[in-house]
Write a protein that binds this ligand. Structure first.
Ligand code: HEM
Length: 143
């Protein structure tokens, strides 16, 4: 058995949370993502003036989702993400911008494979689910 095989076997048993280094890595990822949101002309106005609380929920949610402690559920209850996003006008363009920032943050945080690929797949699917406003110009209609 090669070292690569051993790594793969070990990774199969570990949650993504454990594979990527636990809470510290999720805080770095979310810090990096929010630094991008803060600079983004389309995203920044969608978010509240004070970003700190949302940032904390985002980090706690992601840790829980990827197999870490369930502190989000304890403090906040069921995620109900679509409902929690309903007050924010999320167009396809906003989704693309959000995804671009998150995928870049994953790379800048040096999250290794296979966790990187799993996280990218998840964010691509989940971001599509969060779109709640489709403007006539975006929906393919011709009139
Ligand atoms: C992969 C998809 C996404 C996930 C997993 C996600 C996750 C989250 C989480 C966990 C929260 C905090 C919820 C809470 O208050 O308990 C949140 C808040 C928020 N998200 Fe998302 N989100 C996603 C996509 C998006 C997209 C596409 C946008 C807009 C372009 C967006 C904009 C926001 C805004 C504006 C907030 C509120 C922040 C605040 O209250 O400070 N999200 N999101």
């Amino acid at each position: 058995m090669t070292e690569g095989d051993r790594n793969r076997d070990r990774d199969r048993d570990l949650s993504v949370y454990e594979q990527i280094g636990g809470a510290a890595t999720f805080w770095r990822l979310v810090d990096c993502f929010y630094a991008k949101v803060e600079q983004h002309p389309l995203l920044r106005p969608l978010f509240p003036d004070d970003l700190e609380e949302g940032k904390r929920w985002q980090a706690l949610f992601l840790m829980q989702y990827w197999g870490g402690p369930a502190q989000y559920a304890t403090e906040r209850g069921h995620p109900r993400l679509r409902m929690r996003h309903a007050p924010f006008a999320i167009t396809p363009a906003a989704r693309d911008a959000w995804l671009h920032c998150m995928l870049a943050a994953i790379d800048e945080t040096d999250i290794p494979e296979p966790a990187r690929g799993q996280m990218r797949d998840y964010f691509e699917k989940a971001a599509a689910f969060m779109v709640n406003r489709v403007l006539p110009a975006d929906d393919g209609a011709t009139s």
